[in-house]
Design a binder for this molecule. Structure first.
Ligand code: MG
Length: 333
């Protein structure tokens, strides 16, 4: 069995801001297991970095099974070796599924029995910036029918109003844990007037009581992201939100993401599928699950100046899955 990993710099087309930080470039680590490909996008918020990835990947790659069908066992081995580091595990997991699909000669969505026509529309994300820049990016997002607007900086409601003046597209908002419960409630009332569809992660994940308080009063649906990493978090989220945002970098890959889909549905929750700033490789991996979800935010690759891979395609926002075996992703070089 051949394994390899390499970190690559991904320059962003525009600086990308969320309530915690702004970035102009990302360093993602790309993994190979035989002919299977994977990608890790580390996030310091979840305790991962280029350094932790590069330290942990050799330990994970050393314990995976040679048998391409033994994915459950490979995950059990990885979990026993390292408790956390979900982005590192996600990269290995993607490579394992890609290798399996290539061995079977079928795309993953077909192996899972999913209809590629049932993919949702993906939002296009406008990161935090000056009002002028956010309005400019909104105007530029012509080819995307639904917008996701980042909020959580001073004056964010006024920024949202300025954006609303130049577009009548559906808008979803992500506060990335920046508000207090009372602040969130008053903004939600104003956002409802502006035609916002739902709000993602209004409060910090540790403010469980605040989320319960807000959920009882909110006139817009609430989706949690930072509050929900794996299926273990899901039962406790009932009564705090209407839905969860699944991301491979939080779940540790497709294997756990599938369990999260089942757990969320069993608890009556809606499902959004999101991504960090990832190339077409990791975004395509997530996209194979997208026929199972209600909402998608898989535009991370569109924000990268030179995407090293080719895979999913957003056609007027509609997610089009590649039909090659496994992930169906090919290097662009
Ligand atoms: Mg989010």
């Amino acid at each position: 069995m051949r394994t390899h990993f390499q970190t690559r710099r991904l320059a962003l087309i525009d600086p990308f801001g969320v309530s915690r930080e702004t970035s102009t470039e990302k360093f993602n680590t790309f993994v190979e297991v035989d002919d299977g490909l994977g990608e890790a996008a580390p996030l310091s918020f979840y305790g991962e970095s280029r350094e932790t990835l590069e330290a942990v990947l050799p330990l994970l790659l050393a314990v995976i099974e040679e048998d391409p069908f033994a994915i459950e066992q490979s995950h059990a081995n990885m979990q026993r070796r390292i408790g956390m580091n979900s982005a590192a595990k996600a990269a290995v997991d993607m490579a394992l599924y890609d290798r399996l699909g290539k061995r079977l000669g079928q795309p993953l969505y077909r192996i899972w029995g999913l209809d590629p026509e049932k993919t949702p529309l993906s939002t296009y994300t406008i990161g935090l910036d000056t009002t002028e820049e956010m309005v400019r990016k909104t105007r530029q997002a012509e080819g995307y029918p639904i917008l996701k607007i980042k909020m959580g900086q001073p004056g964010d409601l006024e920024q949202l109003q300025a954006i609303r003046e130049v577009t009548d597209k559906p808008i979803r908002v992500d506060a990335n844990a920046a508000w207090t419960p009372k602040e969130a409630l008053s903004k939600i009332d104003a956002m409802r007037e502006l035609g916002v569809e739902f709000v993602e992660q209004p409060l910090p994940p540790e403010n469980v009581e605040g989320m319960r308080w807000l959920y009882r009063r909110s006139r817009l649906p609430l989706i949690v992201d930072e509050s929900c990493k794996t299926s273990k978090d899901i039962p406790g989220l009932v009564g705090q939100c209407d839905g969860i945002n699944i991301k491979l970098m939080k779940s540790g890959g497709l294997h756990e993401a599938l369990k999260m889909v089942a757990a969320a549905r069993a608890h009556g929750l809606q499902i959004m599928l999101g991504s960090m700033i990832e190339s077409s490789l990791a975004n395509t991996a997530a996209a194979h699950l997208s026929p199972l979800v209600d909402y998608a935010d898989l535009d991370g690759h569109v924000l990268i100046a030179e995407d090293p891979y080719e895979g999913l395609f957003l056609e007027e926002g509609k997610i089009r899955l590649p039909d090659g075996p496994g992930l169906g992703v090919t290097p662009r070089v």
